[in-house]
Design a protein around this ligand. Structure first.
Ligand code: 6PG
Length: 230
């Protein structure tokens, strides 16, 4: 297990430092490989970070941005991660970035998997940076412990980049990057705020199985930097 913990006094300090680190990673990726890729999560935690990043001096036209997971809803829906990213990250200077959505027009996420996998094949990989969140049930991306698809999502040899997931404890069908696809990243961050999320993580790392607390499946296999503030 390789969890590197960076604790901050407050969310603002976390945002400042995290943005700086991501800017350095993306700039380095562009310098070395011509393009860089950033995989972000939805949810509420990354909003301030998205805003900060959007104002940064990065050669955004050389950056591909996609999501670790998406709710299978139209972009006009409140729950759309695509809308969240477009409204908060693909703004200001970052407007020049190339965004690759995980949602297709198919009614069922299973029917969109092939199209999404070919979209993702056009992004520089390994991804330069992956930002994961975590839910109170230990899910990360949309690898939900309550879903029937959890073992499929955690399968390291499925050959699949994406999985369609129907959580039992959260609304909307989802599409998620699978565990091997998430791990195909040069830098993996777990972005958490609040004492309760830290407690969930501590408990998860204290003997839960990967199916019970999917976030541990990432931490068990790759160096993960925890960015935490109260
Ligand atoms: O689209 C999503 O729901 C996610 O990508 C998900 O994995 C999220 O990161 C966690 O549920 C934490 O969400 P909050 O930041 O809102 O607590």
């Amino acid at each position: 297990m390789a969890l590197i913990t960076k604790n901050f006094d407050n969310a603002e300090a976390l945002t400042q430092s995290f943005a700086k680190e991501l800017i350095a990673i993306l700039s380095d990726g562009i310098a070395k490989r011509g393009r860089a890729s950033l995989v972000v999560s939805g949810g509420r935690t990354p909003l301030a970070l998205f805003k900060k990043l959007s104002e940064a001096d990065v050669q955004w036209d050389q950056v591909d941005i996609t999501l670790a997971d998406e709710r299978w809803v139209d972009e006009s829906h409140d729950a759309s991660n695509t809308a969240l990213v477009k409204e908060n990250l693909i703004q200001n200077k970052a407007k020049a970035a190339h965004f690759i959505p995980l949602k297709t027009d198919d009614a069922d996420a299973n029917d969109g998997l092939n199209e999404v996998q070919s979209r993702l094949a056009n992004i520089v990989q390994p991804f330069d940076a992956l930002i994961l969140g975590m839910g109170e049930d230990g899910h990360t991306a949309s690898l939900f412990p309550c879903s029937e698809q959890i073992e499929e999502g955690l399968n390291m040899s499925s050959g699949m980049i994406c999985v369609a997931v129907t959580p039992k404890t959260a609304p909307h069908q989802r599409i998620s990057l699978t565990l091997p696809a998430l791990l195909n990243s040069r830098n993996i961050f777990l972005h958490l705020t609040g004492e309760s999320k830290k407690a969930v993580l501590t408990e998860a790392l204290d003997g839960a199985t990967e199916v019970q607390k999917p976030v541990t499946a990432v931490i068990n296999r790759a160096p993960v930097t925890l960015m935490w503030a109260p």
